[in-house]
Design a protein around this ligand. Structure first.
Ligand code: SAM
Length: 271
């Protein structure tokens, strides 16, 4: 990027300039010509230029119009890409990718950190379900998403995303690798879509119960889920050797699923 570029903090514009890290991110995604890649926020094209050499087609979503001509110049030797100028969160991603016939759809990106969670949840809520998501995010968020049950970072988003994806942290990235230098460190995570998922009767209820279970971190399930059928919930917990005094952070994904399925029998889970 030119030194004169006026970076917008409000758009999470911290551009990666360490070429080794750029390559490492793209290499760890194992992209091939049968892969359609979605990149959110290509910026100056730091990782796009490596992705495009490997993928079948690259669809980029960039909100900042000032970056588009630079990106087109950088990628001028290629014809397997398009740039959609706009807010990724407002775009119809499903409709876009349904128009392509690639074996796999991946997301590879250095995300704008201010909308990390909305971006990931959009990919699920809009049923895009990329086969693989390799993203650079804030280090603390990476720890949360890849946390294991019982750990300090284990939370509702961990449980929810673990229903769909196997998530692992790949490597940390120092703040010194960015221009301008951000106030936080970063990490790259890889999320692989699970081939099989447990059956959940009511996915919206699952989301709600998981969120409510973690609502007050210090409170137990009896308090956090008092609006639900506690008798049914306790029955499930007993089967796993717990009672209503347990805290959400001690419960694995399969226990949450059992709880939700036990209270969603009659579509009327809230008392
Ligand atoms: N990929 C580049 C890199 O690694 O150097 C830039 C990454 S920078 C952290 C985030 C990028 O996302 C910026 O280019 C920013 O303009 C873009 N962006 C921010 N909000 C966006 C949104 N809602 N939709 C699409 N792009 C967005």
């Amino acid at each position: 990027m030119s030194n004169k570029f006026n970076y917008k903090k409000s758009l999470g514009q911290n551009f990666l300039y360490d070429e080794n890290i750029c390559k490492r991110i793209v290499d760890s995604a194992n992209i091939d010509r049968d892969t359609l890649v979605i990149e959110i926020g290509p910026g100056g094209g730091a990782i796009s230029k490596y992705i495009i050499d490997k993928c079948g087609y690259l669809v980029m979503y960039e909100i900042d119009e000032r970056l588009i001509s630079g990106l087109n110049n950088l990628l001028c030797g290629y014809n397997n890409y398009e740039i959609i100028v706009g807010d990724f969160l407002k775009e119809d991603i499903k409709e876009k990718i349904d128009g392509f016939k690639y074996k796999r759809v991946y997301v590879v990106a250095n995300l704008p950190y201010y909308i990390t969670t909305p971006i990931i949840t959009k990919l699920i809520d809009d049923e895009v379900f990329p086969d693989k998501i390799v993203i650079m995010i804030q280090k603390e968020v990476a720890s949360r998403l890849s946390a294991t049950v019982g750990g300090r970072d284990y939370g509702s988003l961990t449980v929810f995303l673990n229903y769909y994806y196997d998530i692992k942290k790949l490597f940390d990235v120092s703040r010194n690798c960015f221009m301008p230098k951000p106030n936080v460190d970063s990490a790259v995570i890889c999320m692989d879509l699970k081939n099989e998922r447990f059956f959940i009767k009511d996915i919206k209820l699952f989301k709600r119960v998981v969120r409510d279970s973690f609502r007050y971190k210090r409170k137990n399930l009896r308090n956090n889920l008092k609006e639900y059928d506690l008798e049914k919930i306790e029955n499930v917990l007993k089967g796993y050797g717990f009672d209503l005094g347990v805290r959400a952070e001690e419960l694995s994904l399969d226990i949450f699923i059992d709880i939700v399925n036990s209270i969603s029998d009659d579509n009327n889970s809230l008392l």
